[in-house]
Design a binder for this molecule. Structure first.
Ligand code: SAM
Length: 333
């Protein structure tokens, strides 16, 4: 679809998806993935970051964060706990922390794979060279999440300092794809200076990239960032974008994000009703969860906590779905 047509669609549903749009998104998801909801255990292993993204609570310039790094042993113990709870995908996420060099990351990947060959490993650790991505893939990593954040270069520059560029972000995504990773792009809904046109550019870019996963949740302000006074993204527009992504990319893996569950009590259920088919409960050691604060009041207890899987299972079943404990690979080729 042309960018102009995307803008028209987004405009039409900017106050929320119609019943018809929701129905179409749900039917699309039922055809590609049925009623299963894939689980990923999220391990936030370092909140050190060299970057200074204006929206993010763990940006280098925030000196109020209590910084932490999990040891390799902590990470392996966390996987052990997750495996016992039934998780078969681990998402290793961190700020861009140079202390975890290629050798350390490769060693963590190969150890997890050795202990749990039945599990998939997803990395979410930012921009690297193609050579480094190759090394991660060779060590056994399966998937990589790298939200493009916005596909409009001018907007990108308003969200990030000049040392970061949309061009490099996109290059990383194409490199990852070429190497053989299942790749996840994505963006925040309601990030400062976002417009219907920039959202249309996001949809166009997703169509071009054909990612295996799309991470899409509302922007939520963090009190120690330059964007502290901007309003949170809209629940209704986030739901519209979920519907549009599901319909445009029928086989994509689409999480109902923690940010969506933080924005609204019903966020998760509404996300599932609009085509989302993945949930990423927090598996990080409970004592560090509060320090991985990307935005204010981030949910990490109750149904967002990996230990409360039974609670989550009940909720998801009430919503008409079931938890699928398999690896949950993407059907995008
Ligand atoms: N450093 C890695 C990277 O850049 O991809 C992974 C960690 S980064 C914190 C993960 C994602 O958190 C970002 O891609 C961004 O979209 C999201 N995020 C950061 N700050 C946010 C905020 N204030 N509201 C909502 N999402 C936010």
């Amino acid at each position: 679809m042309q960018k102009k047509e995307w803008a028209e669609q987004i405009k039409q549903f900017q106050n929320g998806p119609s019943q018809e749009l929701k129905k179409k998104a749900l039917q699309t998801r039922l055809l590609s993935y049925g009623r299963g909801v894939f689980l990923r255990g999220l391990i936030e292993f370092s909140n050190y970051c060299k970057n200074n993204c204006y929206y993010c609570g763990i940006r280098a310039g925030n000196h109020h964060v209590c910084r932490y790094r999990l040891t390799q042993q902590d990470i392996l113990n966390t996987c052990k706990k997750g495996h016992a709870l039934g998780f078969r995908t681990f998402v290793l996420q961190s700020g861009e922390d140079p202390w975890f060099d290629d050798q350390k990351i490769c060693s963590i990947i190969s150890q997890i794979k050795e202990m749990y060959p039945d599990c998939a490993i997803t990395l979410s650790i930012g921009e690297k060279s193609k050579e480094t991505y190759r090394a991660f893939f060779a060590a056994g990593a399966d998937r990589f999440l790298l939200r493009h954040e916005t596909a409009d270069a001018t907007h990108y520059r308003k969200l990030h300092p000049d040392v970061m560029s949309l061009e490099n972000r996109k290059k990383c995504l194409y490199d990852l794809r070429e190497i053989g990773f299942q790749v996840g792009a994505g963006f925040m809904v309601g990030s400062p200076f976002q417009t219907i046109e920039t959202l249309a550019a996001d949809m166009k870019f997703l169509e071009e990239l054909q990612p295996h996963m799309v991470g899409l949740g509302p922007f939520l302000p963090h009190k120690e960032t330059p964007f502290k006074d901007f309003p949170p993204g809209s629940l209704n527009l986030t739901l519209t974008m979920l519907c549009l992504v599901r319909i445009a990319l029928p086989n994509v893996l689409l999480p109902a994000t923690t940010a969506l569950a933080t924005l609204s009590e019903q966020g998760r259920a509404l996300g599932l009703a609009c085509g989302a088919n993945v949930i990423m409960p927090n598996l990080s050691p409970p004592e560090v969860r509060g320090s991985y604060s990307l935005y204010d009041n981030k949910k990490c207890t109750g149904n967002e906590a990996a230990e409360e899987i039974a609670l989550l299972q009940k909720e998801v079943e009430n919503d008409g779905f079931f938890l699928d404990f398999s690896r949950g690979d993407s059907r995008v080729h």
